[in-house]
Design a protein around this ligand. Sequence first.
Ligand code: VGL
Ligand code: ZN
Length: 202
Amino acid sequence: MKTLIIIDVQNDFIPGGSLAVPEGDKIIPLINSIQDKFDLVVASQDWHPEDHISFASNNPGKKIFDQIQVHGQQQTLWPNHCVQESKGAEFHPQLNTRRIEAIFRKGTDKNIDSYSVFYDNGHLKSTGLTGYLKAQGASQLYMCGLASDFCVYYSLMDAFKEGFACFFIEDASRPINSEQLEKQKEEMRYHGIQIISASDIE
Ligand code: VGL
Ligand code: ZN
């Protein structure tokens, strides 16, 4: 069963937002145009409390994009973004949400970040997405959204480990750092994740 997972198409990740991904707005018409090709459409939202550890403002003496250690893992510090119930956390108004059957929220624990929509960055807590998808009969997962090199990449890396056939829709996604994405694409190919364009979807 073909499932589309739309990752974090939220105002804060779109130009004008606090953690804008370059050209993040360009993918929205494309995402809208492919939704009807899928049996199931699911979306994620980055959904942080105001005191979230990933915000530079909550780490005295640190600046945006500094790296810190959290539970033994490297954590990039970000501008405040996707605060629960704020405008910035809402889906972009141009995203068509009519086909979205379930929304999974992540980054809700103030003490740990979560790039993947399956697990937090420490792989301690699951969002329940795997169980939901398996119960629905999902087998092929197509992912798109923002940002390619963070939430989309980490979600794909978890998804293939959970046994799904995975597809990265590159032109329906945009990265924060395109050099980083090139390295990650090598890793995706190595693990059998297919890198496709929206026009490849039947
Ligand atoms: C994301 C940075 C911080 C993403 C979320 O959705 O890719 N990136 N939080
Ligand atoms: Zn975040």
